[in-house]
Design a protein around this ligand. Structure first.
Ligand code: ZN
Ligand code: ZN
Length: 246
C-alpha cells in the first residue's frame, strides 16, 4: 500500500499538478484530468490551483524575491522552510489562467474531502484485511508515512535540484539536472532541462533518462487518452523552439 500510493500520488503531482495543469504540456479527457487531480490531492500539497499558481511564479521569478521556494535563501528554506513563513507575494496573477479550468476549480472546492479520502483508503483496505490493528498500521505507514515521503520527494526538486547537479542546458538560473533525484520523483530531477524548456512534456528528454512521468504521458497518448504533447524539437532542443514562459 505504501509503494502503490507513493506511485499513484507522486504521479498525480508530477503528471497532473505539474506537467498538465501548471505547464499545459499535453491535453487529456476531463475524466483523466480529474483522476490525476484526485491522485495529486492525496499527496497533501495543497489544491492544484494553489500549487500551480505557486509553481508558475517559481518559473517566472526563479531565484528572485518573488520566487516562493527561492533557492538563494538556502537549502532548508527552499526545501520546506518557505511553507512556514508568510508569503509576501500573491499568486493571483498566476492563478487567473488556472481559474478558467472547471476541473481545477472543482478540485479546489473539494480539496479537503479528497485529502481525507486519500487517508481513509489505506485504513479501509487495512481494516478489511485484518481489523483495527491492521487498519491502523496501514493508515500510519501508507497514509501518514507515505504522505511524508512524497512531500519530501517533491521538496527535493526545489532544494537539491537548485543547488547540486549539472547545468547542461542553461545557466540562466540556479536549476540543475540530478538523475538521482529523478529516481524518487518520477523523472522531475532533470530540472535544468525543465527550466530551459518548461512546456516540454518530458523532463528527461533522452530515451535513457529515467522519467516515468513522460512514459505515463506517452502511454496515455498511445491509448488515445492524451494528445497535443508538447516538446522542444530537434536533438539539441534549442531554447528558441519552445516558449520559456510556463
Ligand atoms: Zn525549479
Ligand atoms: Zn515546472
Amino acid at each position: 500500500m505504501f509503494g502503490l500510493l507513493y506511485v499513484i500520488t507522486g504521479l498525480g503531482i508530477t503528471v497532473g499538478y505539474h506537467r498538465l495543469i501548471s505547464h499545459r504540456s499535453f491535453d487529456c479527457p476531463s475524466w483523466v484530468k480529474a483522476g490525476l487531480l484526485i491522485a495529486g490531492g492525496w499527496a497533501l500539497q495543497n489544491s492544484a490551483l494553489k500549487w500551480g499558481a505557486d509553481h508558475i511564479r517559481h518559473h517566472a521569478a526563479c531565484d528572485q524575491e518573488a520566487d516562493p521556494y527561492n533557492a538563494t535563501r538556502g537549502f532548508w528554506y527552499s526545501h520546506c522552510g518557505w511553507l512556514l513563513v508568510e508569503q509576501r507575494h500573491t499568486d493571483e496573477k498566476y492563478a487567473v489562467r488556472l481559474r478558467q479550468d472547471p476541473i481545477v476549480m472543482w478540485q479546489h472546492r473539494y480539496y479537503m474531502p479528497i485529502v481525507l479520502s486519500g487517508l481513509a483508503v489505506p485504513f479501509i483496505v487495512g481494516f478489511s484485511h485484518g481489523g483495527w490493528r491492521s487498519g491502523l498500521s496501514c493508515f500510519i505507514l501508507a497514509g501518514i508515512g507515505r504522505t511524508f515521503a512524497v512531500l519530501n520527494s517533491t521538496f527535493c526538486i526545489n532544494s537539491i535540484c537548485h543547488i547540486w547537479g549539472r547545468q547542461p542546458h542553461s545557466q540562466a538560473n540556479s536549476s540543475r539536472d540530478s538523475w538521482v533525484v529523478s529516481l524518487i520523483t518520477f523523472g522531475e530531477g532533470y530540472h535544468n532541462y525543465h527550466h530551459t524548456y518548461p512546456s516540454d512534456y518530458r523532463n528527461g528528454p533522452q530515451w535513457y533518462n529515467f522519467d516515468p512521468s513522460k512514459w505515463l504521458i506517452a502511454t496515455l497518448s498511445f491509448l488515445g487518452l492524451a494528445w497535443s504533447l508538447r516538446r522542444a524539437s530537434g536533438p539539441a532542443a534549442r531554447p528558441s523552439n519552445l516558449p520559456l514562459t510556463p
